[in-house]
Write a protein that binds this ligand. Structure first.
Ligand code: C5P
Length: 209
């Protein structure tokens, strides 16, 4: 299969030298890309800024802002068989990007944020026969929220992550399907969880037949 994987955070500029982002390490997405390449798939990894090297055998595309990730995906998604949207895309960005460097002011600073485009929802709305996996990081009532996102974003499956998995280490993923089925995976190193995720993509793609 041709598999597109997104990973890491996106970053949104505030001014010429500052940005907002999140703590995503990128490890889950990189592990999925490595596992997919290891199983013989053709992998494109679209990644925000992280402290990881792209795995061997993977075509890497580096992006920064959400709009850049969206542009890269719009190029890669049409020829793909599957999308794994593991990136921690910023949900908000500053409505206005200041020119130059904002001066420090004792009065403080109020930033107005606007929602970013929901890349996953937009792409999956026209997914055709492609297999689309979303990710969800939920603190409470995770399964209900993941199911809602799975349906709203037209995904074939959502990988629900506990917030503790954001920074690396092990992860305890629950796969949630649009029909309400739930498949809990054990607590595993991200590399082992990635193998199960790729096996799941293969299973879903076979189901498309
Ligand atoms: O709504 P939430 O951010 O929890 O959804 C998470 C899923 O949606 C992830 O797969 C993430 O990559 C994707 N997403 C996106 N574009 C956004 C926000 C999230 O594609 N602007």
């Amino acid at each position: 299969m041709r598999i597109v994987v997104t990973a890491g955070p996106t970053i949104e500029p505030i001014d010429a030298v500052r940005f907002i982002s999140n703590f995503s390490s990128g490890r889950t997405g990189y592990a999925v890309a490595a596992a997919a390449a290891g199983r013989g798939h053709e992998v494109t990894l679209i990644s925000g800024p992280v402290r990881l090297h792209p795995p061997a055998g993977v075509r890497a595309v580096e992006v920064a802002a959400t709009a850049e990730m969206e542009r890269a995906l719009r190029e890669e998604f049409p020829a793909a068989d599957a999308l794994v949207m593991a990136a921690a895309v910023c949900d908000y960005r500053p409505r206005r990007v200041f020119e130059g460097k904002l001066d420090r002011s004792p009065a403080g600073l109020t930033l107005e944020l606007e929602p970013t485009p929901d890349i996953l929802a937009e792409l999956a709305a026209e997914k055709g026969g492609r297999v689309v996996m979303g990710f969800a990081l939920e603190a409470e009532d995770g399964i209900a929220a993941a199911l809602r996102k799975c349906r709203e974003k037209n995904c074939d499956v959502v990988a629900l992550n506990p917030p503790a998995s954001l920074n690396g280490g092990d992860t305890e993923i629950t796969l949630v399907y649009p029909d309400g089925r739930v498949k809990p995976l054990p607590l595993l190193p991200k590399e082992a969880a990635a193998e199960l995720i790729v096996a799941e993509l293969e299973r879903l793609a076979r189901g498309r037949g």
